[in-house]
Design a binder for this molecule. Sequence first.
Ligand code: ZN
Ligand code: ZN
Length: 248
Amino acid sequence: MKLAADLHIHSTLSPCASLEMSPTAIVRRARELSLDVIAVTDHNSVENGFTAAKLAEASGLKVLFGMEAQTREDVHVLCLFEERGQAERFHGRIDALLPDVRNDPDFFGDQVVVDERENIVRHEEKLLLNALDLSIPGLLELAREHGGVCIPAHVEAPPFGLLVNLGMVPAELEGAVMEISCSSRREQVLKAFPCLERHPLISSSDAHYLEDIGRARLVVESSSPSLADLHAALRAGEFRVTYERAHG
Ligand SMILES: [Zn+2]
Ligand SMILES: [Zn+2]
């Protein structure tokens, strides 16, 4: 089956995202755009994704549990999970590795956990936009232990791209699916980083505002919307990226 996916969306829990990005609004917008699969990927947290998944139940939309983790090397990596329990346990481990630094909402923005009715459940007080006490290999291992899939995010883009901060692909990620920023052109990225020729290169929206959801979408030829099948299809190159607006 052909599935339309956007695997990189921020919510009100990311200090840098708009407060319009409630799980309710994200799910509504994803349905309007006829997306089949989304992932809510806040910085170092899965929490609002749980609400989004609950809201999407019984609709045609599949919500994968996700997080955009920030490793010790200041590299952003999307971590995706099929099951709530896997994501919950992973989230618990990640939270213990996040430095105990308070968020300053006036400087970084609010970090808001929201329920299905768009009520504020709580403000996350720990600053989520921070590096974990965890290396890239450590994160890959931790995600794998919890049944997750890791996709390095916007690898060519400063300030948090893998190739910008590391200058190379570590052995553990040889051949892995990588995300390039949806505002970059694939050919130019390959020219700058020829080592990416050996990797399937996806793009998602990295939306921080509702209007950005789906601005890049993956059209994946997958046997089911499960994370395992989607990831297998991405690894096999069974996808294309389409852009909502004129590109580049
Ligand atoms: Zn990022
Ligand atoms: Zn992001």
